[in-house]
Ligand binder design. Structure first.
Ligand code: GLU
Length: 431
């Protein structure tokens, strides 16, 4: 039987621990989620029946600040998945040096089967269930897979009703009119774009001669595809949950986005005005997209897409993890033996939580920034941390993933030690 997602995720921590000199206390603490909450949420459905949904919130660690992380609505949500996602948030926030710990939430459901009213009652019910567990200084929510700014707005409103005070900073990724930040919507894609733009020149890859395949054409994958195409990269394949499209000559990403906005599906099209025509292409499965012979592969959908079962089929030279946990640890060695370099999720997709941090800062100061300020500050943070992780990986001759964990561990270890460690008892301490 394969490991649980959390056990698999923890293996990356194990690999990095041998390179850092943090105390045993700190490394032991980081192996376990601090608090895990499991709730049942009763929802009155449109037909009058009562349905109970299963929800979770995990605060993995809050040493460096309040826990921070999204809420996922998906049929596969489980406590194991939410703990893994909260673990990744802990390291992601430390990688970006944000004053946050890591948290995550989720509800097990297929949101597409609920009406908008049912979805609102469910989202408010979730907040009713976890209100004592969250707060602007405790644990801050955000969007994730199948949740969006509308849902964040309901959640922040419900929390404010319960607390009897307007509390915008308890949730990020809100609608602009409720205290959201400009630039939050496209933040994960922009962050990934800045990392890619920082790394590829180091590898002597030029946009015009670099082919890219992206798995996932949702709120992150589609925006990233467009950003990359705009500066000249050849995006040859994209996919959604139904399948992939591939065109050797490159796809017209703005046309595909336009088509998707009106039909919800993706097709290889070229649009002039509102008229879209199908262009020459091949239809592929998601598995075939992952195995394409491209320079850069970008998994931007869900976790565990590349495992020991299909790692041998991967032909891309570089993988940028835009989804959380798209590569199982069991695939690491196979990919590395094939000479494939992986740029890890805890760096590549950290743009979302970074702008969430900016939103939280704006909510608390009451002073709102321009899009230029948000984009510039995001770029600066992403590039700075990417450069530092690149240096660690070059100096030690290790993968970017292990380098990113080392970078985060140094910060987390220092914060945990500052709270007091066993060393004080063993060695005493200066007054
Ligand atoms: N759900 C996003 C992530 O996994 C964003 C989290 C946040 O903004 O707090 O990074």
């Amino acid at each position: 039987m394969s490991d649980s997602l959390f056990i698999d995720a923890s293996k990356r921590l194990q690999a990095a621990l041998k390179y850092v000199s943090i105390s045993d206390d700190a490394s032991e603490r980081l192996k376990h989620p601090k608090v895990s909450l499991s709730v049942s949420i009763p929802v009155r459905m449109d037909d009058g029946s009562l349905k109970i949904f299963q929800g979770y919130r995990v605060r993995y660690d809050d040493t460096r600040g309040p826990a921070k992380g999204g809420v996922r609505y998906h049929p596969h949500v489980s406590l194991d998945e939410v703990q893994s996602l909260a673990f990744w948030m802990t390291f992601k926030c430390a990688v970006l040096n944000l004053p946050f710990g890591g948290g995550k939430g989720g509800i097990t459901l297929n949101p597409k089967t609920l009406s908008k009213f049912e979805l609102e009652r469910l989202s408010r019910g979730y907040i009713d269930a976890i209100a004592d567990f969250i707060g602007p200084d405790v644990d801050i929510l955000a969007p994730d897979v199948y949740t969006n700014s509308m849902i964040m707005g309901w959640m922040m409103d419900q929390y404010s009703i319960i607390r009897r005070q307007v509390s915008p900073a308890v949730v990020t990724g809100k609608p602009l009119t409720m205290g959201g930040s400009v630039g939050r919507d496209g933040a994960t894609a922009h962050g990934a774009f800045f990392v890619i733009q920082c790394i590829l020149p180091k590898l002597d890859l030029l946009p015009q001669t670099t082919t890219v395949a992206i798995q996932g054409f949702g709120k992150v994958g589609a925006v990233l595809a467009e950003l990359l195409a705009k500066v000249g990269y050849k995006v040859v394949a994209v996919s959604d949950s139904q399948g992939a499209i591939y065109a050797k000559q490159g796809l017209d990403i703005p046309s595909i986005r336009q088509y998707k906005a009106s039909t919800q599906g993706i097709k290889a099209v070229y649009c002039q005005g509102t008229v879209c025509n199908i262009v020459e292409h091949q239809s592929l499965s998601n598995a075939e997209l992952l195995a394409l012979d491209v320079d850069v592969l970008i998994p931007a959908a869900l976790e565990n897409q590349i495992t020991e079962n299909n790692a041998k089929d991967i032909k891309a030279k570089y993988i940028f993890e835009v989804a959380n946990g798209p590569i199982a640890s069991t695939a690491d060695e196979i990919l590395s033996a094939k000479g494939i370099s992986v740029f890890p999720d805890i760096l590549v997709n950290a743009g979302g939580v970074t702008v969430s941090y900016f939103e939280w800062v704006q909510n608390r100061s009451g002073l709102y920034w321009t899009l230029e300020q948000v984009t510039e500050r995001l770029k600066q943070k992403m590039v700075e941390e990417t450069e530092q992780i690149w240096s660690i990986s070059q100096e030690l001759g290790i993968s970017m993933r292990t380098a990113a964990y080392i970078h985060a561990l140094n910060r987390l270890g220092e914060a945990l030690n500052a709270k007091g460690t066993r060393d004080y008892y063993v060695n005493g301490h200066d007054s």
